[in-house]
Design a protein around this ligand. Structure first.
Ligand SMILES: [Zn+2]
Length: 225
């Protein structure tokens, strides 16, 4: 897309590595690949329409989940959330999806599967399994997303999320969040325990919105449900 050729805010932690148009089942996006200078880990931005200089750009920060997105695992709801966000952005013809390569809440694929095994063998939940393996509950970081959003030149975002840490991460990075859009939850027999843990131990805002007010610096009337 022509618009994305005009991006200009300087990158520090990342270099922009590649860009092309990407038709998807939901609609046309520009795909931009960024590479972390230190680690060479690649992150993606899928951009729909001209977002530079625009307020309340519908935005999703999505962390990679190979097991659900590629293999159809029902242990989590990541693919459902990714699909919903792609569709939501495509319908509005304007938005950004940042796809961060931090599998398994940042512990990596192998360790995520080790945590699954622990959950199966010992009945631990997601959080306790990660702790048992010597990792924090959640190692994801959003500083790369902040840098990408700056590069894209969005003025403020309407963030699709139920995760207070994403809101806090963007806000700490100086990205203004004008609005939050709840990401719908799909409960299945395989993911209900996982989602309950997400809500009870990781503070995800499944059915609960009050905590948003502490993080969002916006008028209640501008919140979406
Ligand atoms: Zn997942």
């Amino acid at each position: 897309m022509k618009a994305t050729d005009t991006f200009s805010s300087p990158l520090q932690l990342l270099e922009k590595y590649a860009q092309a148009e990407l038709p998807t089942r939901w609609g046309d996006f520009a795909i931009l690949v960024f590479r972390e200078k230190l680690t060479e880990v690649e992150h993606l931005a899928l951009v729909r329409g001209e977002v530079r200089g625009v307020e309340n750009v519908v935005t999703r920060l999505h962390s990679e989940c190979l097991t659900s997105e590629v293999l159809g695992s029902l242990r989590c709801d990541c693919k459902a959330q990714l699909d919903w966000a792609m569709d939501y952005i495509a319908q509005r013809k304007l938005g950004v999806l940042i796809y961060l390569r931090q599998e398994g809440r940042g512990i990596g694929l192998g360790n995520k599967i080790k945590a699954y095994a622990l959950q199966q063998q010992s009945g631990l939940d997601t959080v306790d399994a990660n702790l048992h393996l010597g990792f924090p509950d959640d190692m994801r970081s959003y500083e790369m997303a902040v840098e990408i959003l700056r590069y894209l030149g969005v003025v403020s975002v309407a963030l699709i999320t139920n995760n207070p840490k994403k809101l806090a991460g963007l806000k700490e990075g100086g990205i203004h969040i004008g609005q939050r859009i709840s990401s719908p939850i799909e409960f299945t027999s395989a993911n209900t325990e996982y989602l309950k843990t997400k809500r009870d131990k990781s503070g995800h805002l499944i059915q609960v919105d009050e905590e948003m007010d502490k993080i969002l610096d916006v008028l209640p009337s501008s919140k979406a449900s």
